[in-house]
Design a protein around this ligand. Structure first.
Ligand code: SF4
Length: 190
């Protein structure tokens, strides 16, 4: 089965969110932050078309926006905000509307994009970027083989969890439960 790349990010945040989203989905509330974030992402895409690639440490490259990919072997699908193609390398970029520092789950999201690019374009991706819109700052992620291996393992774990309907443990960060849209399903933790 194909997972969304964002599932990797969510799985690290709380594995139950991914479980519920496939097996017991609820209607998503669109928050002001989400709406505002989408508008900001569209604006930044327009600006990026005019800008140089210096913030990414690159001299030149071809830019493609909103690239949808489906990689059957790795088992992932998703939309990359910006894909930069240079002579010998490809780089995924994710635009984020946040002032908070990037977390481990973002690293896995970028790695998921890298695995799809490697499968579909038969290339090697060793770096990816998160562009923090409010800070106008670029965070660079190095994508090592161990991380890619871990990312593949996590994808397989999630697929198994869904296919066998194995309810995972709740997150140990209970603060995340306070505003969670699935909290009605997690009666065991309250
Ligand atoms: S309520 Fe907490 S444990 Fe349950 S899905 Fe939400 S974040 Fe995870």
């Amino acid at each position: 089965m194909l997972l969304r790349v964002s599932d990797l990010k969510q799985y690290i945040y709380c594995p139950r969110i991914v479980y519920y989203s496939y097996l017991m989905p609820v209607e998503k509330k669109v928050t002001y932050k989400m709406e505002h974030g989408k508008v900001a992402e569209a604006e930044i895409a327009t600006m990026e078309k005019r800008r140089k690639l210096k913030p990414y440490g690159l001299e030149e490259g071809k830019r493609r926006f909103d690239v949808w990919l489906k990689a059957e072997v790795v088992g992932l699908t998703g939309r990359i905000d910006l894909l930069i193609e240079t002579v010998d390398r490809w780089y995924p970029v994710d635009f984020k509307y946040t002032q908070r520092p990037v977390q481990r789950n973002h690293l896995y999201q970028i790695c998921g994009y890298a695995l799809m690019i490697e499968e579909l374009f038969r290339t090697r991706v060793d770096r990816g970027f998160v562009y923090l819109i409010p800070l106008k700052d670029v965070v660079v992620f190095t994508l090592k083989d161990d991380l890619k291996k871990d990312c593949r393992k996590m994808t397989a774990e999630i697929q198994e969890m869904i296919e066998k309907e194995l309810m995972p443990e709740a997150t140990s960060h209970r603060v995340r439960c306070v505003e969670c849209e699935y909290q009605n399903y997690c009666r065991d933790i309250w």
